[in-house]
Design a protein around this ligand. Structure first.
Ligand SMILES: [Zn+2]
Length: 234
């Protein structure tokens, strides 16, 4: 899959199948979105979609400023039987407020991957911090923030998560629920989601071995080099 061009819906469809294949998703848990290039809109998965069964029809287009659904194609006419102001027959995910809250606060964010990954949520339930073990974890995740439990789909959940991203945080754990991973591209959001779950799995394994306290995290000199803007890659 080439992430460098193409319809964002096709890129998100690829992410959906890959995260299910990688075991990050069970059932229809999670939702994906990406900005429409050059527009005040984003594509988001429709309610109830299974992430490994997406196609372009599984996305609805939503305007960021007012949260309204807009025509997938500006020339498209509303279909019979749809609600006034809507041209799509499918409703966006119930987590639409979460995506809106982030896009409105972070103009640099072009994609959001919201999943319910098992290891991330197990560590959250144990109140264990995810350790950044490798250079990949440090480079791609950098800072992980956990927000308190709020009912899924509510404005309160969206506000908590949105507020957590204002300082540039790209990995937010919604306690007992899931994670929202942000990036300036679909590919980078995909990578971050994979590395977040990997870091959680390694942390869990260290806990299971009874060695979490002895776990050495990625050396601080690497973090400092990243923050200093050094030309380093993970
Ligand atoms: Zn969710």
């Amino acid at each position: 899959m080439n992430y460098s061009d193409g319809d964002p819906r096709d890129q998100l469809t690829h992410v959906g199948s890959e995260v299910v294949r990688a075991g990050l998703v069970v059932g229809s848990g999670g939702n994906l979105s990406a900005r429409v290039p050059g527009a005040d809109d984003f594509w988001v998965t429709a309610a109830g979609t299974w992430l490994d069964r997406l196609d372009r029809s599984a996305f609805t287009r939503v305007r960021i400023t007012d949260g309204s659904s807009v025509a997938s194609d500006p020339a498209e006419q509303p279909r019979p039987g749809t609600l006034p102001g809507r041209s799509d027959t499918c409703l966006p995910t119930s987590e639409l407020p979460l995506h809106l809250a982030i896009y409105r606060r972070r103009p640099d964010v072009a994609a959001i991957v919201h999943l319910h990954p098992q290891a991330v949520l197990l560590l959250d339930a144990l109140r264990e911090r995810i350790r950044l073990v490798t250079t990949d974890h440090a480079y791609y995740l950098r800072r992980i923030v956990t927000t308190p439990f709020r009912l899924p789909g509510t404005a309160e959940l969206a506000e908590e998560a949105g507020a957590a991203t204002i300082d540039g945080t790209n990995c937010v754990i919604l306690s007992h629920h899931g994670c929202s991973v942000l990036a300036d591209s679909v590919e980078l959001a995909h990578k971050r989601a994979l590395y977040l779950e990997e870091a959680a799995r390694l942390t869990y394994q260290a806990l299971a071995l009874g060695r979490a306290d002895a776990l050495n995290e990625c050396p601080s000199e690497f973090i400092q080099a990243i923050e200093a803007g050094a030309q380093t890659t993970a």
